[in-house]
Design a protein around this ligand. Structure first.
Ligand SMILES: [Zn+2]
Length: 210
């Protein structure tokens, strides 16, 4: 069996989404990519999480051709592949977590209202435009963006970001309920919090081991 360790990482990321309450039923999916081999490992479609084994995961190439696996891949595979083609990322996690999806359904980016948000996201979390009829008719699975897709350096990090996203989505929602006129975080504060944790000048947290 190919990509044993990546299969285990992807399975673990899928289970993490369930443990964090971000996924019910079979609503979500996580994947990972081996850039060296140009292969993606993704959750199979419609398999219960508590019965999923590493060998049930599906391996595809970057065009979505199945390389290994007897089950069908998640129907969201085209979106995962589009993200891997567009960005230098190692993992993708998709959920229908309640608050983040509510923002998406409302057609609103999640505003950056506080430093918790800015620690992870450099400004509002964007939302895709509503689908046009032609986009629904053709390549629907590629065009759709109905609920959060999160990425990271690894499948585990993508699942972690999905958890944080749900939390900041809930905070933003509650803040606006409490005060509908709440202002976005000041740019200086947003940059301070984001850039101290991310990017070349990051200094927050423990030193990286060499
Ligand atoms: Zn979905």
């Amino acid at each position: 069996m190919r990509l044993q360790s990546l299969r285990e990482e992807v399975l673990e990321a899928n289970l993490e989404l369930v443990r964090r309450g971000l996924v019910i039923d079979t609503f979500g999916n996580a994947s990972g990519i081996s850039r060296e081999e140009g292969l993606v490992v993704i959750k199979p479609s419609g398999v219960a999480y508590d019965r999923m084994r590493p060998e049930d995961l599906v391996v595809t190439d970057i065009d979505g051709n199945i390389v290994e696996g007897t089950l069908r891949p998640s129907s969201d595979l085209p979106t995962h592949l589009a993200l891997y083609r567009a960005f230098a990322i190692g993992g993708v996690a998709h959920t229908h977590s309640r608050s983040a999806t509510a923002w998406a359904q409302a057609g609103r980016p999640i505003p950056c209202l506080g430093t918790t948000h800015a620690d992870y996201f450099h400004g509002p979390v964007p939302v895709t435009a509503c689908l046009q009829p032609a986009e629904i008719k053709t390549n629907y699975e590629l065009n759709t963006g109905h609920a959060p897709f999160c990425s990271g350096r690894s499948p585990a990090q993508a699942a972690h970001i999905a958890w944080i996203l749900e939390e900041v989505a809930q905070m933003a929602y509650a803040s606006i309920v409490i005060n509908s006129g709440v202002a976005p975080l000041a740019d200086e504060l947003r940059d301070k919090h984001f850039l101290r944790k991310h990017g070349p000048e990051a200094y927050y947290g423990q030193k990286k081991r060499s």
